[in-house]
Design a protein around this ligand. Structure first.
Ligand code: RIB
Length: 294
């Protein structure tokens, strides 16, 4: 089974701060670092490091060729990535002393996907293959419709949550991977159990994975539910923690692992990622995750 991620690639400019700057405030930066990121690429790398057969598609500018090297380095098939005459997407990320972040996103080339390009990419995939999407590229509604027509299983991480998701027919989604804030935005609810109940009612055939930060993660599908607590660690940078969880979860699922084992592996991978700076470089290899689980 192949996994295709049509997703973002961002150059992440990370500013380490005492605290995240507030409106009207000027704050000195303690350290600046540059990493490869983008929710799409982070999740593709997590899938690859977990051992999945992952293809990444999306657009970069001439300043983003480094993503092609990263694909080769990490085992992501990057043959569908197209270079266009636009700036590569970038993110300005502030990280405070408690490892919390806030992110400013410039879409750039990520927002230049066309129907023709999407058709060309999807032509390489078939019924049963998994398509993974986040909300950092354009054409989401079109991509979902076309992939659904082909009989692909569609996994959606509706992040960042905004009005662009209105174009997506959510009834075509097979797997939702979302955090409690996104779950709240979709359902209008706050309590995780109520979010899960409402998601099940709205999307009765879907698998739902709800991550709850320090409170762990919940899984639901029909009458089956599982809970996975976090593995507590000292976090230095939480960027890409959710992306790592998502990538590992889909990798485990595509291998046919039992859901409680998939959840445990994903939580462990994510707990390792937060102990390291950056997005792509923070994602652990499957071997490390399995060692840590012993
Ligand atoms: O989820 C983390 C990612 O969000 C960062 O790598 C940044 O690029 C933004 O897309």
């Amino acid at each position: 089974m192949k996994v295709l991620c049509i997703g973002s690639m961002n150059l992440d400019h990370v500013y380490m701060m005492d605290h995240i700057v507030a409106p009207g405030e000027t704050e000195a930066v303690n350290e600046i670092k540059n990493f490869l990121g983008g929710k799409g690429m982070n999740q593709s790398v997590a899938l690859a490091k977990a051992g999945a057969n992952i293809y990444h598609a999306g657009m970069i500018g001439p300043d983003g060729l480094v993503f092609l090297d990263a694909c080769k380095e990490h085992g992501v098939n990057g043959d569908y990535i197209r270079q266009i005459d636009e700036f590569t997407g970038h993110a300005i990320i502030q990280i405070d002393k408690n490892a919390q972040n806030c992110i400013l996103l410039y879409g750039g080339a990520n927002q230049k996907l066309t129907a023709e390009y999407v058709d060309e990419v999807l032509a390489g995939f078939e019924t049963g293959d998994i398509l993974l999407l986040q909300n950092e590229v354009n054409m989401l509604g079109y991509i979902v419709d076309k992939a659904y027509e082909k009989g692909m299983q569609i996994a959606l991480n509706p992040s960042p949550f905004n009005e662009k998701l209105n174009e997506v027919d959510m009834t075509k989604i097979s797997i939702f991977l979302l955090n409690e804030i996104e779950g709240g935005q979709i359902t209008g609810l706050v309590d995780p159990k109520e979010i899960i109940a409402s998601m099940k009612e709205k999307f009765p055939k879907a698998k739902i994975v709800l991550t709850l930060g320090k409170d762990g993660a919940m899984f639901a599908e029909g009458n089956t539910e599982f809970y996975q607590p976090i593995f507590p660690v000292k976090a230095v940078d939480t960027t890409a923690a959710g992306d790592t969880f998502t990538g590992y979860f889909l990798a485990g699922l595509s291998e046919g692992m039992a859901i409680p084992d998939v959840l445990k592996m994903s939580a462990k991978a994510s707990s390792i990622a937060v102990t390291r700076p950056g997005a792509v470089p923070s994602i652990p290899l499957r071997k490390e995750v399995e060692e840590a689980l012993k």
